[in-house]
Design a protein around this ligand. Sequence first.
Ligand code: MLT
Length: 268
Amino acid sequence: MEIEIDGVRLYASVRGSGPPLLLVHGFPLHGGMWDGVAERLEDRARVVVPDLRGHGRSEPSRTATMRRYADDLVAVLDAAGENGPVVVVGMSMGGYVALEMVRRHPDRVRALAMIASRAGADTPEAVAGRRETAARVLREGSAPVAAGMVDRLFAPSAADALRAYWHQEMAATPPAGVAAALRAMARRPDSRRTLKRLHCPLLVVVGADDGITPPTEARAMAEAAPDARLRVIAEAGHMVPVERPAEVAAALRDFVDRLDAASAAPSP
Ligand code: MLT
């Protein structure tokens, strides 16, 4: 499916049937990172997988913000005919966007799943680092960012073929999309209060070997939210949906089953 917003073409895949599930990828990846998860859920859910602007098959714009990404996702859902609340699942940067969706469009969020993500904002050092990297990407292209990230993304046990494939995919992400995402992440707000006041159930999933958003971050999110579950997946790094798609799909299926059971239960 393709839509156009302000002259920017955005792509999303839609498959399966059942309660709607929106899967939002991380940086500087694309919706294909959810393939192994989506194919295991399409008998249970209607799975909408967008490419954020400037990633995958979606065109870049000169700038981006978490607000812009969140509004894009709502436009994608509208175009897919999903006008009610959906289960929003965000991996890493996708989780930052999901939290912005909670703030801006709470009526569109039935439940939230934060996968290999965090709720806090960047430190001043991290902000400066992202700005420098954004400028470098615009000068030199995306390849150095891809090369710098690939080893940090995966657990030591991950197959070389997975690393090689995602290295190549990240290097192919357009520099304008990578730079805009870096600047958007640098500007994102602290979302810890958003989690504290979360109006819906939360699932937190993390790889035990995640060195980018470690299990301590995941535990803090699960402890902050009023109604949360935490799932730590062994022998998985930051790319847990790619490294362990069966386990991530099982955790999401169980989450959807519980949500449906709660909706079906008579109110007290
Ligand atoms: C991601 O995987 O989306 C990024 O590593 C997140 C970040 O840089 O904060």
